[in-house]
Design a protein around this ligand. Structure first.
Ligand SMILES: [Zn+2]
Length: 428
């Protein structure tokens, strides 16, 4: 009887898990000019919408809209004359499908796979910490696990140093790779863990291991990431609370919090997904990244911040102006994109490379890769990994992960990182 009750309880928990997204839909909107794109972005910000994908002239904008926002959204679109349609009626079904597929893949992987890094599942915070500790324990000559600091809720933010010569050699260039600054972008985690695997366990590109020291920070935002597993799959920010008296919204968008043009193209509204925080570098998660860059000041040759989605490699500045070395940044970006495109799944789009504003037609301040670039790192990039394209009859991109793509995401992103590292080495 007791086990039956537990069984019923677990079914209830599973069924209730995505309740908060009841009534949410995904819209696509189709602006036809740069002016309409800007108008659409303005309107979306005014309505406080969660913009999943910014529109450009080649692709529609994608918006995640709650039940109460539907009518205002549709009325506004009609009044400004931009056509739109609903692409996902019931997001909860897609979330439940994602849960089922990931759980099934993880179970079969544990039964059959003897390698220690599973590329059939999305690790939780604890699994990642376990993996990092395991690597550091097994390969003490080339790795060291560092506690970079604590998150708002007190979780440890860890990164792995990888060096064949001891990390102290100040003449050796460093590459910094990070993921999960944005909590819901789950597909970015396996590539970061796979990079560790390819630099430590299964080394087939020994030049990039020997030529560089590596810093790999797989979960910059552990609180948000844990929350996206336990409570809200589409959570993006960290979990900073107490930001505004009488206001229950919480969380800071860490990729708007860095001390670079802070507050100029982000939201001052704590309820928005692009809320920039109380001040530049105010968040402990941001500070961990800042400290890493300071610690290796003058040595970091390339910085890659993994995000999803959209199949893009972007560089600064987030206000649309170009860094003095923009041409060189572009060449490096193109090399990486070509390497990824050469091994990508045919049904996925080719990567696009460019300045963030030129590619996306929207400005963003306080971004991590802009901060890195401003701090003298010559090759600083934001990757936007491919989204899950097509769920059932819906041909849309989303943050959801199909387990069949996890290994591919890891392998193709690694191809890009290797191409980038080799390019940087050749031009240093
Ligand atoms: Zn992101």
């Amino acid at each position: 009887m007791k086990s039956f009750l537990l069984f019923c309880l677990s079914l209830y928990v599973v069924a209730a898990k995505h309740e908060i997204y009841d009534g949410y839909v995904v819209y696509e909107a189709y602006p036809k000019s740069i002016d309409e794109i800007e108008l659409l972005n303005d309107v979306a910000n005014e309505l406080g919408l969660d913009i999943w994908s910014h529109a450009n002239l080649d692709k529609p904008g994608e918006f995640f809209v709650s039940e109460s926002q539907k009518l205002p959204f549709e009325d506004t679109m009609k009044s400004i004359g931009i056509s739109y349609k609903v692409t996902v009626e019931n997001i909860r079904e897609m979330l439940e499908l994602e849960d089922q597929k990931l759980a099934a893949a993880a179970t079969s992987s544990r039964n059959s796979n003897t390698s220690r890094l599973s590329l059939d599942e999305i690790y939780t915070v604890n699994q990642v910490n376990h993996y990092l500790a395991d690597i550091a324990g097994r390969f003490p000559r080339v790795t060291r696990l560092v506690n970079g600091g604590s998150s708002v809720e007190g979780r440890t933010i860890q990164y792995l140093e990888i060096s064949t010569t001891g990390i102290q050699n100040t003449r050796k260039p460093v590459i910094v790779l990070q993921s999960l600054l944005h909590a819901r972008e789950w597909v970015t985690l396996p590539p970061a863990l796979y990079a560790i695997h390819k630099l430590v366990v299964d080394v087939t590109e020994s030049d990039v291991l020997n030529n560089f020291d590596w810093i790999i920070l797989p979960i910059v935002n552990p609180d948000g990431y844990a929350w996206s597993h336990s409570n809200a799959r589409f959570w993006r920010k960290n979990r900073r609370s107490g930001l505004m008296i009488g206001n229950f919204c919480l969380g800071v968008d860490l990729n708007r919090n860095f001390n670079i043009n802070w507050g100029t193209a982000s939201s001052s509204n704590v309820c928005m997904d692009t809320f920039h925080g109380r001040g530049p570098n105010s968040e402990p998660e941001t500070q961990v990244v800042v400290n890493v860059l300071n610690r290796f000041s003058g040595r970091v040759a390339m910085y890659i911040d993994l995000h999803s989605f959209g199949s893009m490699i972007l560089y600064g500045w987030g206000n649309g102006t170009l860094a003095p070395n923009a041409l060189s940044l572009n060449v490096g970006g193109v090399r990486m994109a070509q390497a990824i495109d050469a091994v990508k799944w045919p049904q996925k789009p080719n990567y696009r490379v460019g300045n963030i504003v030129a590619v996306l037609q929207y400005r963003a301040s306080g971004g991590a890769s802009d901060f890195a670039q401003a701090n003298g790192i010559p090759f600083s990039y934001t990757y936007e990994l491919p989204g899950l394209l097509g769920a059932g009859s819906n041909n849309i991109n989303s943050f959801l992960v199909d387990p069949s793509f996890i290994r591919q995401a890891a392998v193709e992103t690694w191809a890009g990182i290797v191409a980038g590292a080799r390019h940087v080495w050749n031009v240093l």
